[in-house]
Write a new protein. Structure first.
Length: 256
């Protein structure tokens, strides 16, 4: 799927039928252990001037079977993911703990990766940007390549895995701001290795302000992902940067 536009806005009215969606997914061959190969989901490419994913709107690439989820790629000047229920997702399996997850076979395909290339990226007002695997497949990667990024107002950027290896989070930006009560999280809850969090600047000497939390956790047997932050400019740190283990797995390394 390819969409080219000067401006793209998604806005819903509520959960369930009130959601507005752009998605690519596959669910064929969903039973764990099936010998048949499930079909892979198609990729999504959005080339826009400005993109806004608003309240109760979703942009996603997912697999609920043994096929691979496709890549979700956004190329834009400005990207805003803003508001309650605003989600950009790369998913393998239904969300962990949901009713559909409890009633469905375990997904074995790998989750979709997300790539956002923009001059400015804002994630705000409780929005979510996530790659996740609730099955045994690996989580997709999340790459944000921006001139400046703001994550604020209880928003979350995450890579979470229950069974397979977690996807990595890579952020390349000269200006980086993570406000209080917002988080960047990599978590593994099973035997798989947690994804790494890497944040680095480009050629510029921008401002890095970290008031929120950057966390890489192991809650199962797997090794937690490491955290690496590199910038040519100054880092103002009043938040928390931590890699830890809450179970038998080891925590990863932290380098700033």
């Amino acid at each position: 799927m390819i969409i080219r536009a000067d401006q793209l806005e998604l806005e819903g009215t509520g959960e369930g039928r009130g959601r507005t969606l752009i998605e690519s997914n596959t669910s064929y061959g969903s039973k764990m252990g099936d010998e048949e190969e499930g079909g892979s989901a198609g990729s999504i490419l959005l080339e826009v001037g400005k993109m806004r994913v608003g309240r109760y709107a979703s942009l996603s690439s997912s697999t609920y079977g043994n096929g691979l989820a496709g890549e979700l790629k956004v190329q834009a000047d400005v990207v805003e993911i803003k508001g309650e229920g605003a989600r950009v997702l790369g998913q393998a399996g239904y969300p962990y703990g949901s009713n559909k997850w409890k009633k469905s076979e375990v997904a074995t395909g790998d989750g979709g990766s997300i790539v956002i290339e923009a001059n400015r990226l804002e994630i705000s007002e409780g929005a979510e940007l996530s790659v996740a695997s609730s099955g045994v497949g690996d989580g997709g990667s999340l790459v944000l390549d921006t001139g400046g990024i703001e994550i604020k107002e209880k928003s979350i950027v995450s890579a979470v895995t229950q069974g397979g290896n977690g996807g990595n989070i890579k952020i390349y930006s000269d200006d980086f701001r993570l406000e209080k009560r917002s988080e960047i999280i990599s978590t593994t809850a099973g035997k798989g290795q947690g994804g790494k969090i890497e944040i680095r600047s480009g050629e510029g000497f921008g401002e890095y302000r970290i008031d929120g939390n950057i966390l890489a956790n192991s809650e199962g047997e797997g090794v937690g992902g490491g955290i690496k932050i590199e910038t040519k400019g100054d880092v103002e740190l009043t938040g928390i940067i931590s890699s830890s283990s809450k179970s038998t797995g080891e925590g990863g390394q932290v380098r700033v």
